[in-house]
Write a protein that binds this ligand. Structure first.
Ligand code: NAD
Ligand code: DAU
Length: 341
C-alpha cells in the first residue's frame, strides 16, 4: 500500500509513521508536512529516506502542489496536518481556518479524482464540546464545538462528509481524545509539566485545575488508525478513547510526584477563555466493530512518557530553544525534498 501522510512531522503523525514502519514494512509512506512551528524534523531524525519512507515539505493549502502530489496514485491518505493548539486558536483563529478547513478541502478536491483512495480523517473529541459530569459522548451525540480550534475541526469534518456524499470519496473519520507520549511539543499540558518541573519552573494550571481530559497513550491511537486503514468501512465514524477522564490537577500532581518535585511549583493562573470543562468519549463502537482496545494504562503510559523526556533531554532542549527549526535546513536536500514554490 502506498500512503500519503499529512502532518507526519508532528506529535501523533511522527509516532504513527514509526509505528507503521515497524508493523507494516510492506507500506510505502510519503510524509507531506509544512514544518510549521509544530512540525519537528527531529521527531523523524532516526528514519532513513528510502523506498519505504519519503518526506516532502509543503502546505496542504497550496492546491497546485497538492494536485501534483496526488499524481503519485496513493491507496490511502491519513490526514493529520492541522493547527492544533487551542490557546493559539484563541489568540488568532486565521491559520486554523486556512489549514484545518481550506487545507482539508484542497486535499478532498484532489482526492475526488481517485475513486479507490481511502481518506482517513483525523479528528478530535473537541467537536462534541464539553461533557456533563458522568456523560460520555457517542458517535450519535450532536456536535457543539466551543473553541475556534474545535470549530475549525468540526467544519473540516463537515467537508469530509460532504465530499463523501457528493463525490463518493471513501472517507473514515476518527475522533480521538487527548493523546500523550513521546515527541509531543512542550506547549501541551503533559510535556509542559515535565519540562517546567525538570527546570523547577512554575507549572501554570488554568482556573481551578479540575477540568477533565480522557488521556490516551499515543501508540494506542496509532493502532486504531492502522485498523481503520485496514478494515473500516467507507463512511464510518469512530470515537477513540481510553474512557477514563481525569482532572488536570491530578495529572500535574502525579507527574510532580514521579519526578520527586514539590507541589509548590503549581501556579494557578487565569483560566482559558471558554475552557471546556470535560471531555469524555464512549468508544464501544470501535471496540466492537474493529476489535480495537487500548493496550497501555495511563499509569504505564505516563511513566514511559516521563522516562522518554528524561532520556531525550536534547530533543526537549531543542524544542524549547527553537533549535529544532534549523534541523530540516541542515539535513534535507531542498531540491529533491520540496514540492511547489
Ligand atoms: P501537531 O501540532 O503536533 O502536528 C501538526 C503537524 O501538521 C505539524 O507537523 C505541522 O507542521 C503540520 N502542518 C500544520 N499545518 C500544515 C499545513 N498547512 N500543511 C502541511 N502540514 C501542516 O499535532 P498533533 O497533536 O500530532 O495532532 C495531529 C492531528 O490529530 C490533528 O489533526 C489534531 O487535530 C488531531 N488530534 C490531536 C489530538 C492530540 O491530543 N494531540 C487528539 C485528537 C485529535
Ligand atoms: O481533546 C483532544 C485535543 O487535545 C486535541 O484535539 C488538541 O489538538 C490538543 O491540543 C488537546 O487539546 P487540549 O486543549 O485538551 O490540550 P492542552 O494540552 O492544551 O490542555 C490540556 C488541559 O490542560 C486543558 O484543560 C487546558 C489545561 N492546561 C493546558 C496548558 C497548556 C493548563 O491547565 N495549563 C497549561 O499550561
Amino acid at each position: 500500500m502506498k500512503l500519503l501522510i499529512t502532518g507526519g512531522a508532528g506529535f501523533i503523525g511522527s509516532n504513527f509513521i514509526r509505528h507503521l514502519l515497524a508493523s507494516r514494512p510492506d507500506f510505502e509512506i510519503l510524509n507531506f508536512d509544512k514544518l510549521t512551528y509544530a512540525g519537528n524534523s527531529e521527531n523523524l531524525a532516526d528514519l532513513t529516506i528510502d523506498s519505504s519512507y519519503q518526506f516532502v515539505r509543503g502546505d496542504i493549502g497550496d492546491h497546485r502542489t497538492i494536485e501534483r502530489l496526488f499524481e503519485s496514485n496513493f491507496d490511502a491518505v491519513i490526514h493529520f496536518a492541522a493547527e492544533t493548539h487551542v490557546d493559539r486558536s484563541i489568540e488568532d483563529a486565521s491559520p486554523f481556518l486556512e489549514t484545518n478547513i481550506l487545507g482539508t478541502q484542497r486535499l478532498l478536491e484532489a482526492a475526488r479524482r481517485f475513486p479507490n483512495l481511502r481518506f482517513i480523517h483525523i479528528s478530535t473529541d473537541e467537536v462534541y464540546g464539553s461533557a456533563a459530569p458522568g456523560e460520555s459522548f457517542t458517535e450519535e451525540s450532536p456536535i457543539d464545538p466551543r473553541s475556534p480550534y474545535a470549530a475549525s475541526k468540526a467544519s473540516a469534518e463537515h467537508f469530509v462528509r460532504a465530499y463523501a456524499n457528493t463525490y463518493g470519496i471513501s472517507a473514515v473519520i476518527l475522533r480521538c481524545t487527548n493523546n500523550f507520549g513521546p515527541f509531543q511539543f512542550p506547549e501541551k499540558l503533559i510535556p509542559l509539566i515535565i519540562s517546567n518541573a525538570s527546570e523547577n519552573k512554575p507549572i501554570p494550571v488554568y482556573g481551578d485545575g479540575l477540568q477533565e481530559r480522557d488521556w490516551l497513550f499515543v501508540t494506542d491511537f496509532c493502532t486504531a488508525i492502522r485498523l481503520a486503514i485496514d478494515t473500516a468501512k467507507p463512511g464510518s465514524l469512530y470515537n477513540v478513547s481510553a474512557g477514563s477522564p481525569q482532572p488536570n490537577l491530578k495529572i500535574v500532581r502525579t507527574i510532580l510526584q514521579t519526578l520527586g518535585k514539590s507541589e509548590s511549583l503549581i501556579q494557578f493562573v487565569q483560566d482559558r477563555p471558554g475552557h471546556d470543562r470535560r471531555y469524555a468519549l464512549d468508544s464501544s463502537k470501535i471496540r466492537r466493530e474493529l476489535g480495537w482496545a487500548p493496550a497501555v494504562s495511563f499509569e504505564d503510559g505516563i511513566r514511559r512518557t516521563i522516562e522518554w523526556y528524561q532520556s531525550n533531554s536534547q530533543w526537549l532542549d531543542h524544542a524549547r530553544s527553537g533549535e529544532y527549526r534549523t534541523y530540516y535546513e541542515r539535513h534535507y536536500d531542498r531540491r529533491s525534498q520540496t514540492l511547489g514554490n
